[in-house]
Structures are given as C-alpha cells and as structure tokens.
Design a protein around this ligand. Structure first.
Ligand SMILES: C[S@@+](CC[C@H](N)C(=O)[O-])C[C@H]1O[C@@H](n2cnc3c(N)ncnc32)[C@H](O)[C@@H]1O
Length: 225
C-alpha cells in the first residue's frame, strides 16, 4: 500500500515530531545534512538583494544558511506545520516565516528570484500542483533548488537500517519514521523528478548526488513556455 500523504496527517505528524526533528536529522544523517544543505545552497550562487522563498522550510535550516551566504537578500520561509515554524523563528528571530501550503501559494506571478525546497516535496500529495506553483511564482530565468533523497540503490537501504536503529535506541514513535522510509522509497528517483520539472517548464542546469546517491539536489531554471 502506498504511503498516505493526506495533508492534515502530514501536518499533524510534523507538529508531533518537531521537538526532536533537528536532533534526529543529525543522528540519521550522521551529521551530513547540514553540510549537504550548505553545498546545495552555495551552488545556487544567490545574487545580492534577491527575493527568496523557502518552501517546506521546517525548522529554518535553509533560512539560516541563506542568511549567512546572501545576507542582503530577502527570505520568506513557508510551512504548513505551526510547530515547525515556531522553531524556525527561534533559530532565525529576524526572519519572516509564514504558515501556508506549497500547492496554493499566496503570492503573485514572477515574484521570486529563487525558490528552494529541501526534503519537502516528497511529503506533498499533489506534487504536480506544487511544481506548477513554484513555476508561477518564480521570475523568468529564476532558479529553483530541489534537495531530497535520491536513488533507491543499496546505500539507500543501509540508510533505512540506520533510521530504524536510531528510532529504537531513542525510544521514538516508529510510525513517523516508517513514513520517512516509505516516502523515500516511493519518491521518484532524480531522473524521474527532473522530467516532471521539465514538463512544467524548467530546464536542468545543475545536479549533484551525495552519499552514493542517497541524497541529490537539482538546480533548475524557469524557461518561458
Ligand atoms: C522533512 S521536513 C523538511 C524541513 C526543512 N526544509 C529541512 O530541510 O530540514 C518537511 C517539511 O515540509 C512541510 N510540509 C509538508 N507538506 C507541506 C505543504 N503542503 N506545504 C507546506 N509545507 C509542507 C512539513 O510541515 C515539514 O516541516
């Protein structure tokens, strides 16, 4: 049976795990997620005074890194979990965060120079709607960074064991992390996702795989249709 991505359930799950989300990210990625996020964002080559939207911003990791590498830019973080947003605000007190759904963005056309989404799109039931909203709100030639799990080869299976082990030794609710494993294994591999992005009007300009392909980012540019 495929994983249930009912938006209400997803929001409830992230509200529930928010208090230990960062700690678990450090444990299950063996500390690598911060470095991968930093490399991906550096490769976006953000120009000063840009307008940036970070979708599915969670606890605000991207905002913190963007603020360091492009301090003169304006960043908005958007997420559908109030509890995750509270933590993002604590981490980035000066920054703007808003509650919202990435499949129905409260912004006009061509508003952002850059849109980022890290480990977020995988959780969205109507992925095509989210991609079309990213396209709509991005300026022509604007860039979109997508970072998430990558291919489903053997190293990705090792990751599943690491997650199960960490959840067990920390006595956490397995259901939420079972969702993580299932959603990872059902998520299209980067080649499939790139086709979805291209179908919506994006052109791939850069891709990099990490940890033997377990994690991957793609940078895409909005082309006129
Ligand atoms: C795995 S976390 C990633 C957080 C952060 N980007 C990071 O890399 O650590 C996924 C986030 O996506 C948010 N989310 C899921 N569905 C969403 C939607 N439809 N619209 C906005 N945010 C959503 C969740 O609330 C959660 O905070």
């Amino acid at each position: 049976m495929s994983v249930d991505k009912n938006p209400k359930k997803i929001t409830k799950m992230f509200d529930e795990i928010s208090s230990y989300y960062d700690k678990m990210n450090n444990l299950i990625s063996l500390g690598t997620h911060c470095l991968i996020k930093k490399i991906a964002l550096e490769n976006l080559a953000i120009k000063p005074y840009s307008n940036i939207l970070d979708l599915c911003c969670g606890t605000g990791d991207f905002t913190k890194i963007i603020n360091k590498i492009a301090p003169k830019s304006k960043i908005i973080g958007l997420d559908s979990s109030v509890e995750m947003l509270k933590l993002a605000k604590i981490k980035n007190p000066q920054k703007v965060f808003m509650y919202g759904d990435c499949t129905n963005l409260p912004f006009k056309e061509n508003e952002f120079d850059y849109i980022t989404i890290g480990f977020g799109l995988r959780n969205v039931k109507n992925r095509q709607k989210a991609i079309s909203e990213i396209y709509r709100t991005l300026k022509t030639d604007g860039k979109f960074l997508h970072l998430d799990f990558g291919n489903h080869k053997f190293p990705s299976k090792i990751f599943d064991y690491i997650v199960k082990f960490m959840v067990k030794i920390h006595g956490l609710k397995f259901e939420n992390y079972q969702y993580l494993i299932k959603s990872k294994n059902e998520y299209p591999e980067p080649n499939g996702l790139i086709k979805e992005f291209e179908n919506e009007g994006f052109k791939l300009i850069k891709r990099k795989d990490f940890l033997f392909g377990v994690v991957s980012y793609q940078i895409l540019q909005k082309q006129l249709k």
